[in-house]
Write a protein that binds this ligand. Structure first.
Ligand SMILES: [Zn+2]
Ligand SMILES: [Zn+2]
Length: 271
């Protein structure tokens, strides 16, 4: 992409954190990705959720080798949606591992060179990230034949026990991933736990329940419905793409508050 803003963000410190025995969070400071699967099981049954920014590929490969073994490769890559901070390294990694990339059918055109997202809206918020957002990449990428539609029955290849939930609004084909057994919710950008519009808040990862990143969200009515759908799942732990995990009472309280006060918390003033 060669975008200077993205290059700057890509250079931020990367860390990783075990959330559960089979959930590992890769934290690129501005966005998270997840490795799902039991470490060193030698089953090859693991999946990468989202791929961070461009230049995140090496870090992801190294973390995956450490966790699943040198020669290990995932069953698949799954995308919550196709925004640049989630697909930055998808082409490189899908080719390197030679694996399919699953996404919702409505998201496939954006990763197969057919459709562009709207440009970021700097008026959506006063924060610096919102002001920078028109400079973010919004045009299509093309991963060709590796892009595969998620199964219609809600299952996720390589992730037994998990389902995908269509949560449109932030993008048309946005999905969240949910495991009923322990109430784990990978929320993507359907909601955040940081004020993603503010660079200061992002760099310090100051916790704050928020809606989807404002500057890139296209349909606010659907975004609100999606938050309500996630609340109805009654998750025990929320893992957002932006911000820190929330669990237990905190997760329940914050999600309920966001769903009930969506207009004042999440929506840009002029919407
Ligand atoms: Zn997004
Ligand atoms: Zn995002």
């Amino acid at each position: 992409m060669g975008n200077r803003i993205v290059e700057g963000l890509s250079a931020l410190t990367k860390t990783s954190e075990e959330i559960a025995n089979d959930i590992y969070m890769l934290d690129f400071r501005v966005v998270n990705a997840f490795l799902i699967g039991e470490p060193n099981s030698n089953s090859g049954e693991w999946v990468l959720i989202d791929t961070g920014l461009e230049n995140s590929g090496e870090f992801i490969k190294n973390e995956a080798s450490k966790r699943f073994g040198e020669e290990s490769r995932p069953k698949a890559i799954v995308l919550t949606h196709g925004h640049f901070d989630h697909v930055g390294s998808v082409k490189e990694l899908a080719e390197y591992w030679d694996v399919p990339v699953y996404a919702h059918s409505l998201e496939i055109p954006y990763i197969t060179g057919k459709k562009d997202y709207p440009v970021g809206d700097p008026a959506a918020d006063e924060g610096l990230v919102a002001k920078m957002s028109p400079g973010f990449p919004h045009t299509r990428i093309d991963i060709g034949f590796r892009a595969v539609q998620l199964p219609e029955d809600g299952s996720i290849p390589g992730m037994p026990g998990w389902i995908w939930v269509h949560t449109p609004g932030h993008t048309e084909g946005h999905i969240a991933l949910f495991r009923e057994r322990d109430g784990m919710l990978i929320a993507g950008d359907a909601l955040s736990n940081v004020k993603q519009e503010s660079l200061w808040a992002v760099l310090t990862q100051k916790k704050k329940i928020s809606g989807p990143p404002k500057y890139l969200t296209s349909d606010w009515r659907r975004a609100e419905e999606s938050v309500c759908r996630l609340k109805d799942l009654d998750p025990c732990m929320i893992l957002p793409s932006h911000g820190r995990p929330m669990k237990g009472d905190e997760a329940e309280k914050h999600l309920k508050y966001l769903a009930e006060h969506f207009n004042e918390i999440a929506k840009p003033a002029e919407q």
